[in-house]
Write a protein that binds this ligand. Sequence first.
Ligand SMILES: CC(C)(COP(=O)(O)OP(=O)(O)OC[C@H]1O[C@@H](n2cnc3c(N)ncnc32)[C@H](O)[C@@H]1OP(=O)(O)O)[C@@H](O)C(=O)NCCC(=O)NCCS
Length: 164
Amino acid sequence: MEGNRLELVKYTGLEDFHYFSCIVFNESIMNMGRIFTQEEAEEYFDFMIENDKRYDFAGNYKVFIENNNIYIGTATLRLSEDLLGAEIEYMLLPDYWGKGYGTEIVGCLLNLVSKYESVKEIIAITDPNNIGSRKVLLKNGFESNLTYKVEEDDRIAEKFIKYL
Ligand SMILES: CC(C)(COP(=O)(O)OP(=O)(O)OC[C@H]1O[C@@H](n2cnc3c(N)ncnc32)[C@H](O)[C@@H]1OP(=O)(O)O)[C@@H](O)C(=O)NCCC(=O)NCCS
């Protein structure tokens, strides 16, 4: 099964902040926007932990290589309020790029989505120049749906969609 090299474990409390911070303080990972300040990171992390308690199979996950418990990145499954749609996000530490993990993470997130039968479409937003991210989505059955300008900072973003 795709994804069997990885283990996804929810972020549960302050003891996990160091994992989250090594992602959101890293400029090469945060290529869809700027890196977080310490204050923003702490505020968002608290919100995330509280909000994630609402769902058994959705939210923000630490990603480990299964056999040796090495943390390699972060994965998110965000459900819409009506539970008809979902959005995914994934970010790997640079040492683990290009080894197939991104493709597997998206497979793991799709497995989680399957727990919610009401969800009919999943979206992912990426930079159209992010070849790795585009490929990861296409390999998991997403299709490019729309390219648009992000209002806040004039960046171009590409929306991918997968219908279930
Ligand atoms: C984007 C990202 C998730 C890709 O994950 P990954 O584990 O490196 O991707 P994979 O190893 O599964 O590669 C999937 C395919 O993309 C290709 N690929 C990956 N990175 C690439 C790159 N920088 N340039 C060209 N091709 C690339 C791989 O060769 C592979 O192609 P193949 O299937 O033809 O062999 C990872 O680079 C990352 O976390 N980047 C920083 C954060 C980010 O951009 N997140 C996405 C925001 S939406």
